[in-house]
Design a protein around this ligand. Sequence first.
Ligand code: PMT
Length: 223
Amino acid sequence: QKDEPLKGKKVLISAGPTREVLDPVRFFSNRSSGKMGFALADAAAELGAEVTVVAGPTDVQLEYARIKRVDVVSAEDMYTAIHEEFPHSDIVIKAAAVADYRPKQTFTEKMKKTGSDLLVEMERTKDILKSLGEEKSNQFLVGFAAETQTPLEYGKGKLEKKKLDAIVINNVAVDGAGFAGDTNIVTYLNKSLQQENLPLASKKDIAKKLWEFIIRDMKDENK
Ligand code: PMT
């Protein structure tokens, strides 16, 4: 008999970068590979959950074909896809590295270079996680925080400001943590400010540990 503590639960995970287009050949993006989010999705499927992943552009593959994958490109696309799935989800984890800014103007033809400097005006994208915190009914909502300075302090700020149930904080300035690699170093912080430090390990192992904490905290809230 397999232990499936997430059986009957609908899990929604965002993963990977977003891509904010400037013209047909240029875009702004970041170094997220999708590995952390995909590891969380695979681990959830192993624990019996029905999983949906909303993924920005990535070459990384999910292990389980039964996971529903929705591919998106921009922060705006991700906002729409996540909000479509959110109302019928039980647990939502936002591991994606969503662009905070996008070019104010996009061009349908390739921009021509001139002899002078180029100034690209950027505008804010919507904060998807914050909007979920405001809209949530019974969902257990987990955010990520990618920080390079005083990670715990900034992470705690995001936990409170975005009305999260828990946050996973990674100091992306440390070797072996954060973007692109196969490993991470994280701190899980729940809304009672109970803190769990996970030292250097593969993203797959970190994902399994994170699910243990989430399942524990959901039980404490009778969810
Ligand atoms: O994909 P990998 O290469 O495996 O790397 C993993 C990771 C470093 C990307 C991952 O562990 C991680 O930290 N993801 C969050 C990255 C991030 O954008 O952090 P942030 O501190 O800028 O954002 C805080 C939270 O708000 C995140 O949950 C983010 O998804 C969310 N957000 C941010 C901006 C925005 N417009 N909408 C959002 O929902």
